[in-house]
Design a protein around this ligand. Structure first.
Ligand code: HEC
Ligand code: HEC
Length: 339
């Protein structure tokens, strides 16, 4: 205890002398003496920390994953039997789709871009505004959501019970029957199984050959410019809400077609939540263009430029954007086969 106290006072004394010497000796004319003092310290700290822990593959019971996958691809889950989860969350596009907005079963479109969901299990909140707490609650809501599957749960349960294959499949998977909790467990287990490690995780675990020199430079810039202050943790995002346009107001490019989304305010009604969105994960991000809740950035490079400008108040140099884009591509966890 005493030792700790001594160390603490020593540190305070050291800090004081560092801070006070320039203050005492600087004449009023040489005011910027402190200017370059905090930056190098901060940069060093970020570089020395392992800011992102590596993702390690989790294995789930195979028969449950297979059952969940069949349900995820099955149009029986929608009222008109014309829509499956995979129609919007396609494995070819990082479990998002290439459209700005996916069509709603009620006509028109769903007014936010479809996010990828392969890493959603790692996130603290679901959906763009982060208004839902878990994959289980998300599923509960999306099945009955009139704009999406539009199917009351009792009807879904009945359909699966009367199906020629599902009762046996649920038994084989170890479930005692077909009900809301077993359907949810199967689909959510499938969703969780999609969170596979990327090259970047192998790099974090010590295999430095996994990232090219440019990708490593991109990672360094990602940390040092401060992207990591929001896109933090194992998913590089997903654990806090932040204002979109925190440094400089953000307006969608095509402001006429869409009312500006107020973000979490729509759910909380607190004025301070206006334009707050969940910081999205950047895993698989290179596969899920277009970007942002309003699909206003069509390419990854464009999205990075917007982030620099509106979240950091920095006009990025082209090489900063391309290095960071190269790094973000190393986060792809799902083999990408172009059409
Ligand atoms: C018509 C297109 C469409 C279909 C079909 C669809 N979704 Fe989605 N999904 C979306 C959109 C759009 C969002 C974002 C909603 C929001 O943020 O308000 C979303 C969000 C999600 C999320 C949250 C992801 C995240 O990281 O925030 C999950 C999980 C998800 N959907 C699972 C499913 C499942 C399971 C099904 C099938 C039962 C399904 N979706 C069917 C369009 C769709
Ligand atoms: C102040 C917090 C903050 C900082 C700093 C920040 N971001 Fe973001 N980022 C967000 C939020 C919030 C969103 C979601 C915006 C929306 O509503 O669509 C986002 C979205 C993104 C997206 C689009 C993801 C998608 O799925 O559409 C990318 C790519 C991205 N950020 C990369 C970066 C990079 C690279 C940096 C550093 C240059 C950075 N961000 C800095 C908060 C931040």
């Amino acid at each position: 205890m005493l030792k700790l106290f001594q160390i603490a006072s020593l540190l305070v004394a050291m800090l004081c002398s560092l801070l006070c010497v320039p203050l005492i000796f600087a004449s009023p004319a040489s005011e910027p003496a402190l200017q370059n003092f905090p930056m190098p310290l901060q940069t060093q700290l970020v570089d020395q920390q392992q800011v992102i822990p590596p993702l390690i593959k989790t294995d789930y019971p195979e028969l449950i994953v297979e059952l969940g996958k069949t349900l995820f691809y099955d149009k029986l889950l929608s009222e008109n039997q014309q829509l499956s989860c995979s129609d919007c969350h396609s494995p070819d596009h990082g479990f998002a789709d290439r459209r700005d907005f996916s069509p709603s079963t009620q006509g028109g479109v769903i007014p936010v871009n479809t996010p990828g969901l392969a890493y959603s299990t790692l996130l603290l909140y679901q959906n763009w505004a982060g208004q839902l707490p878990s994959l289980e609650v998300q599923l509960e809501v999306v099945v009955e959501n009139p704009k999406v599957m539009n199917l009351p749960w009792p009807q879904l349960i009945r359909r699966l019970k009367q199906h020629p294959d599902y009762p046996a499949r649920f038994k084989q998977a170890g479930y005692s029957g077909i009900d809301k909790s077993t359907i949810t467990d199967a689909i959510v287990t499938y969703e969780k199984s999609l969170a596979v490690p990327s090259r970047f995780d192998a790099f974090l675990r010590g295999d430095s050959n996994q990232l090219s020199a440019q990708e490593q430079e991109g990672f360094r810039k990602f940390k040092n410019f401060g992207c990591v202050s929001c896109h933090q943790g194992i998913a590089l995002g997903g654990n806090l809400r932040q204002k979109f346009g925190v440094m400089r107001d953000y307006l969608p490019v095509d402001d006429n077609t869409l009312k500006r989304d107020l973000g979490y305010f729509n759910f909380s009604n607190h004025p301070q939540d206006k334009y707050y969105f969940r910081v999205p994960t950047l895993r698989n991000v290179a596969l899920t263009a277009p970007y942002f809740h309003d699909a206003s950035a069509k390419t990854l490079e464009q999205a990075i430029k917007v982030m620099f400008r509106h979240q950091l108040a920095i006009e990025a140099r082209p090489e900063d954007i391309s290095d960071i884009a190269a790094f973000l591509k190393s986060l792809n966890g799902i083999p990408y086969e172009p059409e």
